[in-house]
Ligand binder design. Structure first.
Ligand code: FEO
Length: 169
């Protein structure tokens, strides 16, 4: 059985993951309209991933005798001036999500809820991976500079980038 504190904290994270899915969906749609086929493919997959992160939490809360709360999502506020700022925002957002997961893990220790602590380790690993991916992509973007040919290749490479991101079990 989950304590009220843990349940509220997990429900907060459900909201974070749901909003993340919306953010990446907005990025995917923007990239698609701009003609960045690879970037949009990557962002659509990111959005799906975040929904999976959310679902995993929903199922865990309900399985442990709690009640998952599905709240309204927030309309994404993004700087969509170019593809570079898009990926900078992705990294900043993932860093925020990592912080949120860390706080959640801290609460499980305060509450001595070791089952939830254990459950959250998957998210801890996932955040390491997601931040690493975002930094890797930003490094590539910095290498491209203003080279149009480089951008074409980068967009092409992004089509298959999803294969490097682990899927939730
Ligand atoms: Fe579910 Fe990208 O954090």
């Amino acid at each position: 059985m989950l304590s009220q504190t843990i349940q509220a904290a997990l429900n907060g994270q459900i909201s974070v993951e749901g909003n993340s899915s919306q953010i990446y969906l907005a990025m995917a749609s923007w990239a698609e309209v701009q003609g960045f086929e690879g970037i949009s493919t990557f962002m659509y997959a990111q959005s799906d991933e975040e929904r999976m992160h959310m679902l995993k939490l929903v199922k865990y809360v309900n399985q442990r005798g709690g009640e998952a709360k599905i709240s309204a999502t927030v309309e994404p506020v993004l700087d969509l001036s170019n593809y570079k700022v898009l990926f900078k925002q992705l990294l900043i957002h993932e860093e925020k999500v990592s912080q949120s997961i860390n706080e959640l893990v801290g609460i499980t220790l305060d509450e001595r809820d070791y089952a939830t602590h254990n459950f959250l380790q998957w998210y801890v690993s996932e955040q390491i991976e997601e931040e690493a991916n975002a930094r890797y992509i930003l490094d590539k973007i910095n290498l491209i500079g203003d080279d149009k040919g480089g951008l074409y290749l980068f967009d092409n490479e992004m089509k298959n980038f999803t294969s490097q991101i682990p899927t939730p079990q």
